[in-house]
Design a protein around this ligand. Structure first.
Ligand SMILES: Cc1cc2nc3c(=O)[nH]c(=O)nc-3n(C[C@H](O)[C@H](O)[C@H](O)COP(=O)(O)OP(=O)(O)OC[C@H]3O[C@@H](n4cnc5c(N)ncnc54)[C@H](O)[C@@H]3O)c2cc1C
Length: 133
């Protein structure tokens, strides 16, 4: 959040894109949590958001960079190695698989409450090194 604030980034959690109009350069979002709409339009209107319909939000863009929904590769997802959400079922403290003790997991495939980033892997590597015998 310090970096976000330092760069003046408008942080919009709970926005999920549902439509992109590439010609007009407008993206439409809905709230990921419609029961408790957390989409909040900035009071200063600095990014030109407008409400569309009951609660969707249209936002103009110059450049759009999107990360698609993530999932484990099929050979992992369709195996007995995964938790209910489809990620490698590892212990949060040791990164050892909860069922198969000879398996450890880090990175995007691991079912851990971290961002799926190289930055997270950097922190996971020393843990896995410590616990592999
Ligand atoms: C556009 C983009 C930008 C990003 N920017 C950042 C950033 O700025 N900072 C940051 O920290 N992180 C960033 N990340 C996230 C970071 O790249 C990932 O978290 C990291 O690469 C995950 O590493 P990994 O080894 O777990 O998985 P991966 O890098 O996905 O490696 C998995 C490997 O398994 C291989 N594979 C898949 N199926 C099979 C199979 N059946 N048999 C054999 N091999 C297989 C794949 O080809 C791949 O090489 C970004 C990701 C993307 C997509």
């Amino acid at each position: 959040m310090e970096v976000i604030n330092r760069y003046g980034i408008k942080f919009k959690p709970s926005y999920t894109p549902i439509k992109i109009d590439a010609d007009k350069k407008i993206i439409t979002f809905k709230s990921l949590e419609p029961s408790e709409n957390k989409c909040i339009i900035n009071a200063d209107e600095s990014i030109g958001e407008v409400i569309s319909g009951t609660s969707n939000i249209e936002m103009p863009f110059d450049f759009l960079h999107l990360a698609p929904p993530q999932e484990a590769p099929a050979f992992v997802k369709n195996s007995t190695l995964v938790n209910e959400a489809g990620w490698l079922d590892v212990d949060i403290q040791t990164l050892q698989h909860l069922k198969y003790k000879n398996i450890f997991g880090i990175g995007d495939v691991a079912g851990l409450p971290t961002a799926k980033t190289g930055a997270a892997i950097r922190k996971q590597v020393p843990i896995i090194v410590e616990h592999i015998e």
